[in-house]
Design a protein around this ligand. Structure first.
Ligand SMILES: *[C@@H]1O[C@H](CO)[C@@H](O)[C@H](O)[C@H]1NC(C)=O
Ligand SMILES: CC(=O)N[C@H]1CO[C@H](CO)[C@@H](O)[C@@H]1O
Length: 422
């Protein structure tokens, strides 16, 4: 599902490139500091040609104040210009550049959207801002052709049927996307059931978009293993989906009631990453716990399906900082979707962000995390140890691969409690 996709696309590459470049930038920084100091040394030891009067101390003193201030301002200008040069070099090295709107073929709508607007009354005293700036992901610059294609449409007309183009941009790190002034294709959502019946009511093929997808109906999707969290996950009636979290099939499966009991009734809102078709949130909804499911539409209309069940889909890649304030969630649930691939730091950044949005005393439920090898398990364990969580449950178990290969795989399930850090 959504999270799996995060291994695809340019996300990883971007990250790698940035770390590679950082040492080059460090060297540049060092060089710049050394040059600036040498320059300063030179300026202060430099004596003017007409130094016959140097022995007349009071006079010299006067003279040099003006001379020195001249030199100092020269140095300041020099420092300023090298800093600018350095920033430019750093930008080029890291690939973090602002969007070049002067490029030919840049869509007019993009230029309009990104235009800065000065606040009419000057600086706002509460926020300190002086202008309104529209935000768009810096990596959009790398996909400027796709972005301009995305921003080309008839104003107030129907948008092109291009949600998959938008998702492609997001997966390349172009997130957030610019807003558009056109009407997205609308699909009549007929036959939605009232909550809570909606949680387990099969969703009609007719109320979701199939454009840009290989499958054109849910039957087709159910015959595929889309990810570890979703194999047949759109079948809410006859598959294994409706057993999840209420019945166990292995030692790694925890029952929702057991986990909620660990929170002593304090679990009211939660966040699920890699949540497949939203079954975790659905089961939690039955316990009166509101769960937001983070998802993209990778190979399937996850977002629409989850919404049709009457639960909250958050359409956001895992590369994006979560749009929640610190310490808000009572529970975070994640499975193999946590494995974002790439450098270990990538998982670090994700885990720290998940930790940030979880309140002290909140629970982190690691659910059937697939450990491809022992190193993976150790790396995750080491990382989680950094957070000083209290280990409430911990199960490492082998399961025979569901695809029928007979191979056994190692999974880790655990429930941790976030401490109150002071
Ligand atoms: C959920 O809330 C409803 C309405 O307040 C209540 O009737 C029901 O018993 C609650 N369910 C659980 C599992 O707590
Ligand atoms: C105040 C004063 O005498 N300033 C002198 C310092 O030296 C410069 C250059 O040698 C002179 O032009 C200033 O008149």
């Amino acid at each position: 599902m959504g999270s799996v996709s995060l291994k695809i696309g340019d996300g990883t590459a971007r990250f790698k490139r940035a770390t590679l470049c950082s040492s080059a930038v460090n060297i540049l920084m060092l060089l710049s500091v050394v040059t600036t100091n040498l320059f300063a040394l030179y300026a202060f030891t430099y004596s003017p040609k007409d130094n016959q009067t140097n022995h007349l101390l009071p006079h010299v003193h006067h003279k040099n104040i003006s001379l020195i201030s001249e030199q100092v301002s020269l140095i300041m200008r020099e420092i300023d210009s090298s800093q600018k040069k350095l920033a430019q070099m750093e930008k080029e090295l890291l690939g973090y550049d602002t969007i070049d709107l002067s490029r030919p073929n840049t869509a007019t709508e993009l230029k309009l959207f990104l235009q800065h607007h000065q606040l009419p009354l000057g600086k706002d005293s509460r926020t300190g801002i002086t202008e309104m700036v529209a935000s768009v992901g810096h990596a959009c610059e790398k996909s400027s052709d796709l972005l301009s294609q995305y921003m080309t449409y008839k104003i107030s007309g129907p948008c092109p049927d291009d949600w998959s183009l938008a998702q492609k941009l997001i997966l390349r790190g172009c997130e957030p996307l610019p807003r558009r002034r056109c009407f997205a294709k609308s699909i009549p959502k007929v036959g939605l059931s009232p909550f809570p019946f909606s949680l387990w009511k099969p969703v009609s093929d007719k109320i979701v978009t199939w454009s840009g997808l290989g499958c054109k109906n849910f039957n087709c999707l159910n015959s595929k293993k889309l990810s570890r969290e979703c194999s047949g996950c759109f079948d809410l009636v006859s598959g294994s989906e409706n057993h999840k979290f209420v019945k166990t099939t292995s030692k790694n499966d925890f029952i929702i009631d057991d986990v909620l009991a660990l929170g002593y009734g304090g679990i009211r809102i939660g966040f699920d990453i890699g949540g497949g078709s939203g079954t975790f949130a659905a089961r939690m909804a039955e316990k009166n716990v509101t769960v937001i499911t983070n998802t993209l539409n990778i190979d399937a209309p996850f977002s629409e399906f989850i919404a049709a069940r009457g639960i909250f889909p958050l359409y956001l890649s895992l590369d994006h900082r979560f749009p929640f304030n610190d310490n808000v969630f009572d529970l975070v649930h994640a499975g193999s979707g946590l494995d974002v691939g790439g450098k270990p730091e990538k998982l670090d950044f994700l885990m720290f962000d998940l930790d940030r949005i979880m309140r002290p005393g909140g629970l982190f439920w690691l659910d059937n995390f697939y450990c491809a090898n022992d190193e993976k398990k150790k790396a995750l364990t080491r990382l989680i140890e950094k957070f000083g969580y209290k280990k409430l449950k911990w199960v490492v178990a082998e399961k025979v691969d569901g695809s029928g290969s007979g191979k056994s795989e190692v999974f880790l399930s655990a429930v941790f409690q976030k401490p109150a850090r002071v």
